[in-house]
Design a protein around this ligand. Structure first.
Ligand code: ADP
Ligand code: MG
Length: 637
């Protein structure tokens, strides 16, 4: 592959185009740009409000979505319609999240499947991608409103530990919001860029990025050489953050006032108010000059909400000393993670040159002190910790826009490369703008019992349906031994070598059968054509994502029908007449829904059939386990 000038790759032939940087956070999100005059990154905000947009989506009774501060007000009072932490669900199946199912106060569809998780609000079903797209749309609008120009291109950040599926989901969310996602950047990398780290080619440094947000904690050890960031290790706790500080404060106050947690369970409005007061107290105490918090009675909102409740005489006091005592065990846990991260990277604290603080919760002085003590040097905290990631994303965006002339002329893939999966969908393995050489692997399986071969069709392009992309190659992996559907494990690897040649290899792991093919992805493709393909993908983003959702819902529905049919013939003995009738009805309803173009209907009917069959699926499982145990006994005797 030839060296490709970055502005051609991004499809941005006009000069001085605005590309925004977006931190799509678990708790808060925000958008930043490089200021056209000062050339410094700034976070965008309306007037004197905050740059932070709470990552919360609320749906009213008509199904209309609102995002941010407005939505946050419904967190406790309308938990079923108020979706927070959608980022935790990105690229996940229900199996991945069921361990923490209690965390979500809204309905996460618990079909016991491997497919991507969905959220139900009223009679609508949303993928985490759609939910995130609402937040991104809000940020896009904010940027357009402030900058008075259309915004169609963005760099979006993700945690360093995000896997392929989570990164792809984030890209899709951007696309659905009408944004061309030029690059997905690791949050710790973005934070480092905001501090100007890695911008000099001759710089070699080891950086520790400590990120304590609202609900998550992570620490990353990065190594920069020649302007390239490498993640040496990551560690952390995905359920530890500032929200836990707030909870500890609430518990403390209840205790101080001789009240039990029941009080809050029974009064959601009160619970919401106290939660906000606790967070306010915590923030006040981060201000070094304040050592004692007392509820400011000048705050009309608070006084109003507390007015005739039993907590009117509630004592809201908290000293820095008590607060520090409360959170010390949590801080200790983060330090253990830092130590583990260093160990995994094969380093000691002395090897770390720079420590970067990220996340609103690092404003807590006790947190800063603990981190600085552990590493034995002062930390970098001069850039606003809840903006630093977005600011760094803006720096990266500026580089991609080609404004930073002496920076980066990279070998990258100008278009995404992927495979055709069920229903004609494009499954991207190597996203566009990936640096080469690169290698990505993913596992697939069969859909039909005894399926002896699998067609591997390789496509290039940004559209969701392969028919709209460019076909590069196709071959059949044959000789897969007869197995029930879903059992074979076919690993497909995409490798682009330094010359830009793509080698696609498919291997069935149980039997070892293997086949591969070589293609030159850019062969016969002009820059104009690349640009047209990119533009098309943005124009059709909304239709594409809807089609994808429909195809996915259909595939899932069809699979469930197949499985249920098979189950009924095998286990007829375990099912009562009545259950048989209900199941047949649910199957019919699903079959009918599958003939229509309504994704929500298909999902609802799939969910219904799942509910109906769950009890006897469980019974069959028990029966199977019983038989197995009996078998064991016989052997054991
Ligand atoms: P995320 O990365 O999870 O989206 P943020 O980096 O925005 O989260 O951090 C949000 C958390 O930071 C919240 O728990 C909030 O209460 C906390 N926070 C914000 N400002 C302060 C402050 N001044 N002192 C202490 N905690 C703060
Ligand atoms: Mg964050």
């Amino acid at each position: 592959m030839a060296k490709i000038g970055i502005n051609i790759v991004t499809g941005s032939l006009q000069q001085a185009e605005l590309i925004v940087g977006i931190d799509l956070g678990t708790t808060n999100s925000l958008v930043a740009i490089i200021h056209p005059d000062t050339k410094k990154p700034i976070a965008l905000k309306e007037h004197d409000s905050s740059s932070l947009v709470p990552s919360i989506v609320h749906f009213d009774s008509y199904g209309n979505a609102s995002v941010g501060e407005v939505a946050k007000q419904y967190l406790e009072t309308e938990p079923q319609n108020t979706i927070f932490s959608a980022k935790r669900l990105m690229g996940k199946s229900y199996n991945d999240v069921k361990k923490n199912a209690n965390f979500f106060t809204y309905k996460v569809i618990d079909d016991n499947t491997e497919s991507l998780v969905k959220v139900q609000v009223g009679n609508q079903f949303f993928s985490p991608i759609e939910l995130s797209s609402f937040i991104l749309k809000e940020l896009k609008q904010r940027a357009e409103h402030i900058m008075k120009t259309p915004v169609t291109k963005a760099v979006i950040t993700v945690p360093a530990y995000f896997n392929d599926a989570q990164r792809q989901a984030t890209r899709d969310a951007g696309k659905l919001a009408g944004l061309d996602v030029l690059r997905i950047v690791n949050e710790p990398t973005a934070a480092s860029l905001a501090y100007g780290l890695g911008l000099r080619a001759d710089e070699e440094k080891t950086i520790a990025v400590y990120d304590l947000g609202g609900g998550t904690f992570d620490v990353s050890i990065l190594r920069i050489t020649n302007g390239i960031f490498e993640v040496l290790s990551t560690n952390g706790d995905t359920y530890l953050g500032g929200d836990d500080f707030d909870r500890l404060i609430i518990q403390y106050w209840l205790q101080q006032n001789g009240l039990s947690e029941e009080v809050l369970h029974n009064n959601k409005q009160l619970s919401q108010t106290i939660r906000l007061i606790a967070e306010d107290a915590k923030k006040q105490l981060s201000n070094l000059s304040i050592t004692n918090y007392e509820l400011p009675i000048t705050n009309d909102d608070v006084r109003f909400s507390l007015h005739d409740s039993l907590l009117a005489k509630f004592n809201f006091q908290l000293s820095t000393a008590d607060f520090n005592k409360l959170i010390q065990p949590l801080i200790d846990r983060t330090i253990t993670s830092c130590s583990d991260a260093l160990k995994d990277a094969g380093l000691t604290t002395a090897d770390v040159d720079t420590i970067v603080m990220v996340g609103g919760s690092t404003r807590v002085p006790a947190v800063k002190n603990a981190v600085s003590n552990f590493f034995g040097k002062p930390v970098n905290d001069t850039v606003n910790p809840d903006e630093v990631v977005a600011l760094g994303a803006a720096v990266q965006a500026d580089i991609l826009a080609g404004n930073n002339k002496d920076f980066l002329l990279l070998d990258i893939t100008p278009l995404s490369l992927g495979l055709e999966t069920m229903g004609g969908l494009m499954d991207v393995l190597i996203p566009r703008n990936s640096k080469i050489p690169t290698k990505v692997g993913r596992q697939y399986t069969t859909y039909v019992d005894g399926q002896g071969s699998m067609r591997i069709s390789v496509f290039q392009g940004e559209r969701d349906m392969v028919k709209d992309n460019r076909k590069l190659a196709e071959f059949n992996l044959t000789g897969i031994p007869g197995m029930p559907a879903g059992l074979p494990k076919v690993e497909v690897n995409f490798l682009i070598n330094a010359d830009g040649i793509l080698v696609v290899t498919a291997k069935e792991l149980r039997s070892g059968v293997q086949q591969s093919i070589e293609v030159k992805p850019q062969y016969g493709l002009s820059d104009d054509q690349v640009e047209k393909m990119l533009m098309d993908s943005i124009t059709h983003a909304k239709d594409d994502i809807q089609t994808r959702a429909l195809v996915e819902a259909r595939t899932e529905g069809e699979q469930l029908l197949g499985v249920t049919e098979k189950f009924l013939t095998k286990n007829a003995g375990l099912i009562t007449q009545e259950e048989m009738i209900v199941t047949a009805q649910a199957m019919q309803a699903l079959q009918l829904a599958l003939t229509m173009e309504d994704k929500n209907l298909i999902q609802a009917k799939t969910e219904e059939l799942n509910e109906v069959t769950r009890p006897f699926a469980e019974r069959a499982m028990d029966a199977a386990i019983n038989t197995a145990m009996k078998g064991q006994n016989i052997l054991g005797n």
